[in-house]
Design a protein around this ligand. Sequence first.
Ligand SMILES: [Fe+2]
Ligand SMILES: [Fe+2]
Length: 312
Amino acid sequence: MEVSAVSRAHPDLAPLTISPADFEAPPPPDAKIRMGSPEHRRLLSRMLLDTHDPYRPALIHWPKLAPETRDRIVSLPIWDIAVATEGRASMNVKTFNEQIDDPLLHEAIAMNAYEEQRHKVVLADMVAAYGIELAREPDYKRPRDPEFAFLRTGYSECIDSFFGFGLFKLAKDTGFFPDELVDTFEPVMREEGRHILFFVNWVAWWRRTMPWWRRPLFEAKVLLVWLFLIGERISIARGMGEDNTKAQENNFTLNGSKELGVEVTFPQLARICLAENDRRLAPYDERLKRPKFVPAMIRLALRFAGGKATAS
Ligand SMILES: [Fe+2]
Ligand SMILES: [Fe+2]
């Protein structure tokens, strides 16, 4: 897809203008790409920029849903956390971008932040259209350590998108989400796939190009982010069953299939998530590294659960 100069009129979304002429060209399709090379940087940045979908959230026509469908969607305990997560992601990515001097990477990360903001606008519009009541939105504070915040957002998207892809497929196949909503959220799902692909490639590139003295602190932050994310999910699991709205909301990734009213076993859900993850990442340049950690953990868990990792 060619990137065109785009501007949008949504009141909550400042216009974004891209000048394709300013971009460095992507490497030729038959060029071999070494991780951490200038070609790798061009490939990962251009992947995000060239696959941008310039849809206009202000123009989404929210379909009138049957009362029963609307009630089902309104009662999903995810909307507060979803809006807040997108808002925080946008702030984290935008703040991190302030320290990126490389013009091409800067442009790509600005696109990432813009898309997060657009996710929030889409969600907020949907919430308003269907009369979903939200808790007061938190203030999105500038992170004190922008790199840590960017890593937190990136790795948590690697976890949440993996499960989100599978749950979205389930919601679509079971008819829980009517076709109109599937169509509306499909671009959001596609964008999260591009974001995690960009993120893991940026990490791989930065690891190989950063000055040696930055490396120990960077790896310490990566480790801390993973401990934080794992701890967060353990505390979510502990919150299960408690009368705690926040825990219920955070729990949706873990407990999502139940909320969708579908009886699905862990191996079934795991296989759907693995297959969807592969399918969603398949269209992009195969020379880019794929997110591996979460799928590998799930394959391992499947082995313990006695299932096969292939989709049936
Ligand atoms: Fe997002
Ligand atoms: Fe994202």
